[in-house]
Design a protein around this ligand. Structure first.
Ligand code: FAD
Length: 382
């Protein structure tokens, strides 16, 4: 698998233009990193997965993983825009030729943002099959009613990929059947049946709740076949998990570098704190766990690029990398002592940011449940 050394160096260079003070100021205001997202988009990094025929770079998933890892490793936050990379896959794999021709080129050029992904609902949570948002066909449109929660970046995106129920659930029907994916143009929809409300969270993530009140979406914006939407979303989830895992590896590397540097600089009792095993070992352990997670990310990428849909490896990569980044975050705070909590060191901000990946886009328990059932053959626990 290619190392993408040149891309990594170029991304690191771009990110150097967005240092800690830039992110701290945004964090205080809970503001969106527009300049950063524009810079990444303008350099073509968010469209590397779009085929060349549609104006992208046509690179494999490992290139996207390298980009997102470097973003996090540089102390930036790819959470502001990473979804464009994997939500676009649903359109690419299952969209019609007309949809691809209409949307992919402007996305690749950076004129259109596809950053919002509306799956989770307040009452159904992880149990996607019981979501309640409906899309009822009426003539040449679907009429959408319901609510989504945690729809990140909705205020900063032009398009949203929405999963809604088009066929009411009846007895005997598979719970994930009857769901469909619609591409919602939020530029037209806001104020015409679509309301977006920001949710303040412990980190700056531009997440929202979204309400649909008789929102009309043209029927031509249905992706693929009606009723098969869950499969389409599912087919993109392994890519999503692998990319989030790559981000966590990048976070872990940032924390380890930062902890190592501070352990060498800070002297207490007349010598660097890093000379104490009690300070070294947690950092060394975090390093070992990061490397193990990185290997699993590579395994998942190589299987994915070989044409497999590696559910087990994508899930394990995501879980191990999220654990590794949080372990490294914890070691980094501990190494910094009191300064770990001071805003100006960026450690507390990154600590809050990386904590998310134990829960989203899929929580650790659900990964363990998947491995228990589908890999180890134990009974389904829920
Ligand atoms: C900042 C942020 C951004 C997000 N962005 C998006 C987005 O852009 N689009 C989107 O659609 N969603 C998004 N999400 C939603 C995210 O994917 C969900 O929060 C996550 O999947 C967990 O769902 P839930 O919050 O409903 O938790 P629940 O499903 O209510 O689960 C709560 C807890 O119970 C555990 N649990 C539940 N069921 C079981 C079980 N059977 N066995 C063991 N444990 C169980 C879970 O592991 C979890 O720890 C985001 C969430 C956050 C916090």
């Amino acid at each position: 698998m290619e190392a993408y050394t040149e891309i990594r160096e170029a991304v690191a260079k771009l990110c150097a233009g967005f240092p800690g003070p830039y992110w701290r100021a945004l964090d205080r205001e809970m503001a969106y990193p527009t300049e950063f997202v524009n810079a990444l988009t303008g350099s073509g990094y968010l469209s590397v997965l779009i085929p060349e025929a549609f104006g992208g770079a046509g690179l494999p998933l490992s290139a996207a993983a390298a980009i997102l890892e470097e973003v996090q490793r540089a102390g930036c936050n790819g959470g502001a825009c990473h979804a464009q990379m994997y939500t676009m896959g649903t359109l690419l794999r299952h969209g019609s030729d007309a949809q691809k021709a209409e949307y992919l080129p402007p996305i690749a050029e950076g004129r259109l943002r596809l950053q919002a992904f509306g799956v989770t609902e307040p009452t159904s949570g992880t149990d996607t099959g019981s979501l309640k948002t409906t899309a009822r066909r009426e003539g040449d449109a679907y009429v959408v009613n319901g609510q989504k929660i945690w729809t990140s970046r909705a205020e900063h995106s032009d398009l949203m990929l929405l999963l809604a129920r088009t066929t009411p659930r009846t007895e005997g029907m598979k719970r994930t059947d009857g769901l469909s994916v619609l591409l919602v143009d939020m530029r037209e929809a806001r104020g015409n049946g679509l309301t977006i409300r920001p949710i303040r969270t412990m980190m700056n993530h531009a997440t929202t709740e979204v309400f649909f009140d008789n929102l009309r979406v043209p029927a031509q914006n249905l992706i693929g076949e009606e009723g098969r939407g869950f499969r389409y979303i599912l087919s993109g989830m392994n890519a999503e998990r692998i990319l989030i895992a790559a981000e966590c590896v990048g976070d872990a590397k940032w924390f380890i570098d930062k902890a190592k540097a501070y352990a060498g600089d800070r002297s207490v009792f007349g010598r660097p704190i890093g000379a104490n095993q009690g300070v070294q070992f947690p950092i060394a352990r975090a390093y070992a766990n990061m490397r193990a997670a990185e290997l699993m990310v590579r395994e998942a990428l190589s299987l994915y690029e070989g044409g497999a849909n590696p559910g087990a490896e994508a899930n394990m990569a995501k879980m191990l990398a999220a654990d590794a980044s949080f372990e490294a975050a914890n070691a980094c705070i501990q190494t910094h002592g009191g300064f770990g909590f001071a805003e100006e060191y960026d450690v507390e901000r990154k600590f809050r940011e990386t904590r998310l990946y134990q829960v989203a886009p899929i929580s650790t328990n659900l990964i363990l449940a998947y491995l228990s059932e589908h890999v180890l053959g134990m009974p389904r626990s829920y």
